[in-house]
Design a protein. Structure first.
Length: 105
């Protein structure tokens, strides 16, 4: 479940790291930096390509998730984290028509 700020995801299946348990993951402000996308194809990120999103999540989460932790995580948790990064990648102003509406007009 996401918290009200949508930057923090409470994991359905917590991640065990050594003696500690990670039960919440926050998308950090690093997501706002173009450098977080380095080496990634933007179209793949926007299409929610699993490999691209996995790489991006290793760069923009707190605590910093490791590749192996993301690959082993509950699918529901992965999807919630992918959803949490979406607002940072595509921003549509309220009331702004989408391409479909514009083409029909």
């Amino acid at each position: 479940m996401n918290t009200p700020n949508n930057n923090t995801v409470t994991l359905a299946t917590p991640i065990m790291r050594g003696d500690s348990t990670i039960s919440q993951v926050t998308i950090t402000d690093d997501i706002k930096q173009a450098g977080s996308l380095r080496g990634l194809r933007l179209v793949n990120v926007l299409n929610m390509d699993v490999d691209s999103i996995t790489t991006l999540l290793t760069r923009v989460t707190s605590p910093k998730l490791k590749l192996a932790e993301i690959n082993a995580m509950d699918t529901r948790d992965f999807m919630r984290l992918a959803e949490a990064i979406t607002p940072f990648l595509v921003h549509v102003e309220p009331g702004e028509p989408n391409a479909e509406v514009t083409e029909e007009a």
